[in-house]
Write a protein that binds this ligand. Structure first.
Ligand code: HEM
Length: 444
């Protein structure tokens, strides 16, 4: 991250030399609004227009600093792999301009935390390296038996519910939570609290998930910031105790690695450690639960695909999981800031301007995917961009895939039938989301 960027609060001034295209003018306010993420068809339509008419679109939405919306798969890859030229440190995600100003006023910089997604190399690399091995396929494989045991417990729970449940709320929400908390070494009794805190951070714009419900519509940045800080304070308290415990009594878990982590021969700082626990706890389950429920919904809406899955769960599960993660695209965006002038698809991006990487759009790019709006359990190849790309590419992707494979194989090898029992609903959040409710009727 450049020091100059840290010293100056973000400017909300519009650039008079820049004009929004007709497509950008019609969609800029929509793609930043949490509302549209609760209406997947409307979101798909907005992105389809941008891809067709203005794939690298200058956007000046109300209440946000301007950015370039990057909506083509190839362009998202091109930006994501150049981590020196396009950095995370200044602005890694969308936030109201007023809220950004408040964070600057309070901290002198753009962030309350120092998580991996907010850092650039060399610090990003050094911190990521601490736990990277834990999330590589060979290590994840050693957890397979434990993960399959948890998957079985959740499918047993569904069977015990007697033929009707809300697959998202009753099953998909808690299963990945149990897996990541086991990996972190958080006791099962503390899971409900962890779920609440991580949802308050990630689903922060959905009135059902917010700490202070009155904030949902108002966008009161002062109260919003105070609310996030209350959540962070609770996280800090909890993980400060975990750090002390794991320093005194090391265990075979990721918390032990973080608590005892060193960079350049020195223990990592308190803020870095707290941020690390939080990113693993938060990124590790909402994303996976959204994809798990989103994939089931995809199959229910495409019954011929459901049949293929039920006929051969073990054979289909690997491809079905990737299709679920493509179709749902639980992480809606990350952002980068240009460190130098750059030309992308004919547009002249200037040093200091930011880019919104629109993953749901990349995953519907007609140039990359045949029939991108269809859900196909056997889609192959599947060049999903849901995990990002380059140096920040999702650390937990092998874990997420294994978890989802385990529960799909368990579920679809035991189910005799399953159908939708009502209308699904979706989370209202522009950062991480997916289905909020998937009511189902089924027979084992
Ligand atoms: C980063 C998506 C599951 C931990 C990311 C990024 C995306 C993403 C898009 C940013 C990539 C970029 O900037 O290029 C997903 C999806 C998941 C998932 C779609 C599930 C289907 C998980 C799980 C973990 C996890 C299970 C558990 C540890 C992380 C971490 C980062 C990250 C720590 C930051 C990496 C860095 O900045 O170096 N994820 N994720 N994710 N993810 Fe995931």
């Amino acid at each position: 991250m450049s020091d100059a960027a840290l010293a100056t609060p973000p400017s909300t001034k519009k650039d008079p030399s820049r004009q929004m295209s007709a497509a950008a003018a019609a969609t800029a306010d929509k793609i930043v609004s949490p509302d549209i993420y609760a209406q997947p068809e409307a979101l798909d339509a907005a992105f389809a227009r941008l891809r067709a008419e203005d794939p690298v679109a200058w956007c000046e939405p109300e209440n946000f600093r301007p950015f370039w919306a990057v909506t083509k798969h190839a362009d998202i890859m091109e930006i994501s792999r150049q981590n020196k030229l396009f950095t995370n440190g200044e602005r890694e995600m969308l936030s109201y301009a007023e809220a950004e100003e408040r964070v600057y006023a309070q901290t002198g910089g753009p962030h309350l935390l120092k998580t991996l997604v907010q850092l650039d190399d060399p610090m990003h690399y050094k911190l990521r390296h601490l736990t990277q091995d834990w999330f590589m396929p060979h290590k994840v494989k050693t957890r397979e038996e434990a993960i399959r045991k948890i998957a079985k417990e959740f499918v047993d729970r569904m069977e015990d519910m007697g033929g009707e449940c809300d697959f998202q709320q009753d099953i998909a929400l808690y299963y990945p939570l149990r897996v990541i908390m086991q990996i972190l070494g958080v006791p099962e009794a503390d899971e409900p609290m962890m779920l609440k805190l991580t949802q308050e951070i990630f689903g922060a714009q959905d009135p059902d998930l917010m700490r202070n419900k009155e904030l949902a519509e108002g966008g009161d940045s002062e109260k919003g910031l105070a609310s996030i800080q209350e959540t962070l304070a609770q996280f800090f308290m909890y993980f400060t105790n975990i750090t002390a415990d794991r320093r005194a009594h090391p265990k075979d878990d990721v918390s032990t690695v973080i608590a005892n982590g060193e960079v350049d021969g020195e223990p990592i700082g308190q803020l870095e450690a707290m941020s690390y626990y939080i990113i693993v706890a938060a990124a590790g389950h909402d994303t996976t639960s959204a994809s798990t429920g989103g994939g089931v919904l995809g199959m229910l809406r495409h019954p011929e695909q459901l049949k293929k899955m039920m006929d051969d769960p073990a054979g289909m599960s690997r491809m079905a999981v990737d299709e679920a993660i493509r179709w749902t695209t639980p992480v809606k965006h990350f952002m980068r800031t240009a460190q130098d002038d750059y030309e992308l698809r004919g547009q002249k991006i200037l040093k200091g301007e930011s880019l919104l990487l629109c993953y749901p759009s990349g995953n519907r790019d007609e140039e990359v995917f045949d029939d991108p709006f269809d859900f196909r359990v056997d889609r192959s190849p599947n060049k999903l961009i849901s995990f990002g790309h380059g140096g920040h590419m999702c650390l937990g992707m092998h874990l997420a895939r294994l978890e989802m494979q385990a529960i799909y194989e368990e579920l679809f090898s035991r189910l005799k039938s399953i159908e939708l029992a009502g209308d699904p609903t979706f989370i209202r959040a522009n950062f991480v989301g997916g289905p909020k409710s998937v009511p189902v009727r089924y027979k084992f």
